[in-house]
Design a protein around this ligand. Sequence first.
Ligand code: GP9
Ligand code: MN
Length: 646
Amino acid sequence: MKTFLQRNGLRLFAAATILLWIKTYAAYLIEFKLGISNVIQVILLFINPLSSSLFFLGFALLFKRRGRKIALIGIHFLMSSLLYANIVYYRFFNDFITVPTLMQAKVNGGQLGDSVFSLMSPFDIFYFADTILLIILAMKLRKADEKAEKKPFKVIMAASIVVFLLNLGAAEIDRPELLSRTFDRNYLVKYLGAYNFTVYDIIQNTKSNSQRVFANSNDITEVENYMKATYDEPNPDYFGKAKGMNVVYISLESLQDFIINYKIDGKEVTPFLNSLVNEDSETLYFDHFYHQTGQGKTSDAEFMMDNSLYPLSQGSVFVNNAQNTYQSAPAILKQDGYTSAAFHGNYKTFWNRNEMFKAIGYDKFFDADYYDMSEGKTKNYGMKDKPFFKESMPLLTGLKQPFYSKFITLSNHFPFQMDSGDTEFPAGNFDDAVVDNYFQSAHYMDEAIEQFFTDLKKSGLYDNTVIVMYGDHYGISENHNKALEKVTGKEMTDYNNADMQQVPLFIHVPGIEGKTVSKYSGDVDVAPTLLHLLGKDTKNYLMSGSDILSKEHREVIPFRNGDFVSPEYYKIDGNCYAAPSGEPAVDSTKCENYSEQAKKELEVSDQIVNSDLLRFYNPPGFKKINPAEYDYTHPDKKNEEQQTKK
Ligand code: GP9
Ligand code: MN
């Protein structure tokens, strides 16, 4: 081995690689809270700095002799600096540096201010000690290395790629769709490493920026014409019925519509939500409402609720397009004096919410920092729903009214396991643990919602607040169709599977006459419906959706993959079915027309999002959002910063 390294002039290279590898691993353990929960993750964490160390340091092998030494030390120093920059950034922001945050260095630098130095410690010299060691080694190895003539560049590059693919393979086993969904930076670093994450981030940003760069203000005209032509007049019976009221959105994690009025052992799974459907005189319940989310799951649903635009066909719009200009409901309502706040008992980096909420214009974002995240109160991705709503109440009542707020629940998340003592509700008995658990966690969520409603009533907010609740996306995937057939008593054909994408939507408006609305509708339709209830006409805004209460409401509901459902026809996987029979359609020409319409809707929205077209559009009275004006840092953290500045 020694002679091999020596013969190929690789001794210094080997030293640089091992030093960088071990140092990075140590930094992972000491500096970052990556939440390692199983053996695969421990192994991945250990292995992941290797591929990038080999790859980047490998470029030094393109040089000979002295040049190689200088390049090795230089690359080692640059990578160490990137690591250290991430460490310092993480100490304050609990997050990793990304291209957009670098672009906004003014903002973040502003937040950090002089305290950057207070985040550094003399012991940090450790993070550069190995570069110094490398310089000493380089001087010692002088003779041996000067003899080196071969360039084993290709071998090292190939080795780095093999290690990377093994790393990626293991990551894929532990966390499928890691790269395409990119839900959380912490996860990417945990699985692929800090350096690979930076590379990935640069690629993603270049991709989304290139389309943006080539767009210009003329591109908005076609989009504007289309959207204005498809605008649906509000229904005068509902327009302004909630004028001046507060808004509370609740994202019901993974709740599908089949659960409404469903019973296990004769007991209703969601008795409280059922009571809103069956008895409440002020609730509109939409029983043909379909989620339209893609890979961005919860965040895609949030995006549609706030913006009435479609999420991306691949990846998450929250992650990839957080630098865009948006004209979202919370931003629109600022004209009428609304404050906005998002509540979520998970860390702010998940789905890049901390950046996206600024672009959308949320005044406040209460994330994990604002909640008691101790063990008994959390599960899976974060706060259990009951303590989440309880602890949110004082934050909510502290808001200036009128407010536009949203609550993102978590307990009813795959794999739906509950802690003992959290629910007495019986599990299902369908020979499928995921499906069986689902009823218990959905029941727990139902109780949490009831508790929240009771607290809203006690606080006096209830009578002056519109409450919108929606199932964010399916909870049980097609992999569980066998059990789902037992649950629903229906064969899970493609047609029935499309109907399984129905999620419940409730809009509770004080003083309104409640009823069940059976119009076909989807996520993008909620914002115009709500804004019209609040008496805010949407005709000057570019929205994909159509007010569900409008007499002209459009009932062709596209899914993100281009399929659609409608009262007469469904198109699933390219096949046309007649509704409601689910039989193949006799005349499929109608399907083709609807299909064109669905595609056009998606295309127009994609143009807006991918090319960031709203930056060229100025609706009358709308004040453009400046993300730099928003800061969600917990006050205690800010005080800490002030203290250190003194
Ligand atoms: C995590 C929550 C759940 O913050 O939004 O994520 P999901 O996997 O449902 O998108
Ligand atoms: Mn979700």
